[in-house]
Design a protein around this ligand. Structure first.
Ligand code: MN
Length: 244
């Protein structure tokens, strides 16, 4: 029995290989999972469930096939696809999670996050996040015509790209004190998140107890990254396309 976790695919039309890799994964390895969790930034941009761009439709169809085969799929929003909503969930059979959720994994309490909330040293980003997660702001955005949303998303991406180039690497890493504070607050010794694109399984002592934090890997055109959690342990696995 294996539960699989992925995040930070950042799917976009300019990188069809990455989408093909995901579709292949959903049709093969994901089929044998107890459950699949997508912890945000599945899409590099998501301007609303009413956008009928080909990329979204391709992913919706592949997810729908997976959920119809009996594999439960869960989605937690990232900092790119925070406008993904109930219509996407209905079309795919994917269950939307709140931004911070504790699940039971083989008898252990495990906290799931996208990971951006742990990067508290990035004050500019946290200010943007507060706006982007505001329901009134989201409703205002979703009421705009698609073409206008597409243009705004492009501007946001460019602003984000420029800001990222200027920030020190440390600012974009999780704050270790915040990691421990959140884990204590939620009463967990296990945490899984993505966002930082620094895949690793960290083990340390939290208040004298063995603690573990898995960071999911981002996806490239030729290689994906999956966290596989079974009773025997956790491991990060690279995945490539079948036959490739
Ligand atoms: Mn992210």
């Amino acid at each position: 029995m294996t539960t699989r976790f992925i995040a930070d695919l950042h799917l976009e039309p300019a990188h069809p290989g990455r989408t093909a890799l995901l579709v292949d994964f959903l049709h093969r390895q994901a089929r044998s999972a107890d459950a699949l969790y997508i912890l945000g930034d599945l899409f590099d941009t998501w301007i609303g469930d009413d956008d009928e761009a080909e990329l979204g439709l391709t992913v919706v169809a592949a997810l729908q096939t997976l959920t119809e085969s009996g594999v439960p799929v869960f989605f937690l929003h990232g900092n790119r696809d925070f406008l993904l909503g109930e219509c996407f969930a209905a079309a795919t059979g994917v269950q939307l999670l709140s931004e911070s959720v504790v699940i039971d994994l083989a008898g252990e309490r495990v906290l799931l996050l996208h990971g951006d909330t742990l990067c508290i040293d990035d004050a500019d980003y946290q200010a943007f996040r507060a706006q982007a997660r505001n329901p009134a702001w989201q409703a205002h955005m979703l009421a705009l015509p698609l073409a206008q949303r597409r243009a705004l998303a492009g501007q946001l991406r460019e602003t984000s790209r420029q800001a990222t180039e200027q920030k020190a690497a440390k600012i974009m890493e999780v704050n270790p004190d915040e990691v421990e504070r959140v884990m204590r607050h939620r009463g967990v010794y296990r945490l899984i998140h993505g966002h930082t694109h620094r895949p690793a399984i960290h083990a340390w002592l939290l208040d004298g107890q063995p603690a573990r934090r898995a960071v999911l890997g981002d996806w490239r055109d030729e290689q994906g990254s999956v966290l596989c959690c079974a009773e025997s342990g956790w491991r990060l696995e690279p995945i490539a396309r079948s036959g490739g």
